[in-house]
Design a binder for this molecule. Structure first.
Ligand code: GRF
Length: 209
């Protein structure tokens, strides 16, 4: 990803469902908050993902690439091929409900982001908000991180916190976190597509500060 040139970084967004984080990225691009990227394609592994229609109404190209009847490798090979066909440089997972294989991660090494609804490394995997409630934490939040072969364990780009209240349900906590996700993911994508960062060990640091 190059910041110094005027060429926009092309994003490929992978979804499986609602697509609200994908929409937050699209709106941040439209508003100029992310000023150096465009979404080249939205790919869903689910035919009926509501996010597909959200993307289409905004004029974003969508593709459905189903896993059905294929190995994970075959499925992902087609996704990677389509990402390359669309000249995608940065992959943004946005509620994509599959774990990526090594070959996918290697194809886009250091160029895959994910958003997760907890303060990683706490509560990786499914139902992070439920895990937070069950654990009794008083603060939770969300994390944008690079994807590596660990489960939600790659280098952290940005995090933000939200309080957990005594009366919270999984739904109310998820809604509070989601509001922050929609703010955090665009900020993280703007940082990464600006190229104004470096990865030192496990730390993602802003440059020129
Ligand atoms: C979000 O909570 C995200 O953190 C998690 O899956 C959910 C996707 O929501 N990875 P949406 O499809 O972006 O609305």
């Amino acid at each position: 990803m190059t910041s110094a040139t005027s060429k926009k970084v092309i994003l490929g967004v992978l979804i499986s469902g609602r697509g609200s984080n994908m929409l937050a990225l699209a709106e941040a691009i439209n508003s100029g908050q992310i000023d150096n990227a465009e979404i080249g394609v939205v790919i869903s592994d689910q035919t009926n993902a509501p996010g597909l229609a959200l993307a289409e109404t905004r004029g974003i190209e969508t593709l459905v690439i189903r896993r059905a009847g294929r190995t994970r490798e075959e499925h992902e090979a087609e996704i990677v091929e389509q990402l390359r066909n669309h000249n995608v440089e940065l992959v943004c997972l946005a509620g994509y409900m599959r774990i990526l294989s090594t070959s996918f991660i290697n194809a886009y090494a250091g160029r895959i982001l994910n958003i997760h609804p907890s303060l990683l490394p706490a509560f990786p995997g499914l139902a992070a908000q439920r895990q937070a409630l069950d654990h009794g934490v008083k603060w939770s939040g969300c994390t944008v991180h690079f994807v590596d072969e660990s489960l939600d364990g790659g280098p952290i780009v940005l995090q933000t916190t939200v309080p957990v209240f005594d009366q919270d349900t999984e739904e109310s906590l998820s809604a509070r976190i989601l509001e922050q996700e929609h703010r955090l993911y665009p900020e993280a994508v703007a940082l990464i597509t600006s190229g104004n960062y470096e990865v030192v060990g496990r730390r993602v640091l802003r440059k020129n500060q």
